[in-house]
Structure formats: structure tokens, C-alpha cells
Design a protein. Sequence first.
Length: 151
Amino acid sequence: MKEPVSRRGVWWQEQDDGTWLRWNEAARSWERSDAPPPPDDSGLPPVPPTPGQMAGGYAGGPTATGAQVPNYMVWAVLVTIFCFLPTGIAAIVFASQVSTKLAAGDYAGAVASSNKAKTWCIVSAVVGVIFVVIAIAISASTTTITTYFGP
């Protein structure tokens, strides 16, 4: 398979058997063409993915599935403030990667970052609850009851 070429604003790719594929922007897929591309011109648009790269979605556009990926940013900020700072920061880092990866067309990477952000949010919440329970237990065990028996 040869490199894609642009002719008059449309991408073409020659197969090993000599047939041509034409990029259909509306369908966001390669389609077999009965005719070869027109003569070369200038002004190249961005290169679309080759047929073997279609699973990740078209770069710069929506994903093939069109599904939204949650980024858990609100939860990450809340657990960072109220629960446990170190793991909350990790949750914020992964939550911030979701939108960037979706914009780049990396749907699988966005889902992976979303799952990691969710995991770190849960870890932060659990650690925060454990710290509160330990603090209450220590506070309860160190308080002394003072009884006053008057004069």
C-alpha cells in the first residue's frame, strides 16, 4: 500500500494491486474507486488515516463511535481538596488528559485516562475516609473523662 496523495482536495491511496481508494469525508471512510485520481494539484489538506488505522477515529474529528468519555475532573478536584492530596493530584492529571486525547482522535487513550482518573478518585475517597476514621478513633481514645466531686 502506497502513501495517500491529495488531488483537488480529495485524498487517494493506491493499493498494492493497482486499484485506488478514495477518502469519503462525509462517511469518514475509504471507498474503492473505479477511476484513478485526477492530475496533481497544490494545497494539501491534513492526511486522513490509512485503512488500517480506522479504529482510533479520524484525527481532529469526532470518534467513530461518537460516544462521550467522562473526565471526572469535578470529582478529582473535590477528592483532592477534601480527602487526600497526593492521589487527588494523580486523579486531576488523568482527568485533564481525557479531553486532549479525544481532540487528538485517541479514543482508546481517552478511555484509559478516564478509567485511571476514576480509579484515583476512588482511592482518594477511600484513603480520606480511612484517615477520618483513624482520627476519630485516636481522638476518642485520648480523651479523658474528668469527674468533679464538689467541695
